[in-house]
Write a protein that binds this ligand. Structure first.
Ligand code: ADP
Ligand code: MG
Length: 236
């Protein structure tokens, strides 16, 4: 990836008149901040997607790359666990066709290619938004229905202390899912706390960031990895 510094990314976004950063750009910034992400690369053709898949190593994930599409799965824009070049070719066509049909008018750059994260993790989410009064605020919760339906989330004001990070993880109702549940081993709680601290640090250092959304992050017994990310810049 060539565009990696915040200045580069912001300049690029501003030149294109957008405030929403792509998954690729958001992950590059997170990676720089010490947050582990699935390395994500843009393919603007099917042949390039196949080449990137080979470089990445199978199985891979293909996702629609469009600054106008926020919820990629809603438009049929995410294909997981692709194990062969033929599967990548097919997924490329299907994703682009589906996105064109379901999001007419969206500017489609191509698709991104990234490694499939191992199974057996617990999906969590980390978010940052700016409160008029308190400034940047961090949110933590379990992924999926836990956040959308149950609103089982914890909030703290940035900058987080180590103790804040620990408390945020422990105070969600779904905490028991993180400490080992049936066949799922306990997740690495230290790594989760470290993740929260790094996102807090990034938010504190970067006043131009209005929002961050790491959704989801896979939490394992030996670390975490963010598989989807989105950032929004403050309007100038
Ligand atoms: P959306 O824009 O719809 O939020 P995501 O990138 O979050 O799209 O992908 C949808 C779902 O696919 C995620 O919630 C996660 O369960 C799964 N997923 C996405 N990327 C990966 C990956 N690299 N490895 C494993 N699972 C993934
Ligand atoms: Mg997502």
């Amino acid at each position: 990836m060539t565009v990696t510094t915040l200045t580069d990314v912001v300049r690029q976004a501003q030149a294109e008149g957008r405030t929403v950063l792509t998954e690729e750009e958001s992950k590059a910034l997170l990676s720089q901040a010490g947050v582990r992400v699935t390395e994500t690369r843009l393919a603007i053709s099917k042949a390039r997607a196949v080449a990137l898949a080979k470089e990445t190593g199978y199985p891979v994930v293909l996702k629609i790359a469009s600054p106008d599409i926020t919820h990629k799965s809603d438009v049929g824009g995410v294909r997981l666990n692709l194990a062969t070049a033929a599967a990548v070719r097919r997924a490329y066509d299907e994703i682009v066709a589906s996105a064109r049909a379901k999001a007419p008018g969206a500017h489609i750059q191509g698709v991104t290619v990234q490694p499939m994260a191992p199974s057996g993790g617990v999906e969590v989410i980390v978010g940052m938004s700016r409160d008029r009064q308190f400034g940047p605020v961090l949110m933590f919760g379990l992924g999926g229905v836990a956040v959308e339906v149950l609103q089982d989330v914890a909030f703290r004001i940035v900058p987080l202390t180590r103790r804040d990070a620990r408390e945020m993880v422990q105070e969600i109702k779904g905490y028991g899912l993180l400490t080992g549940f049936r066949s799922t081993p306990p997740v690495d709680l230290k790594a989760l706390e470290e993740l929260l601290l790094r996102v807090s640090d990034l938010a504190e250092r970067t006043p131009g960031l209005a929002e961050m959304d790491l959704n989801p992050v896979m939490a394992y017994s030996d670390g975490t990895i963010a598989v989807d990310a989105r950032m929004v810049l403050e309007k100038e």
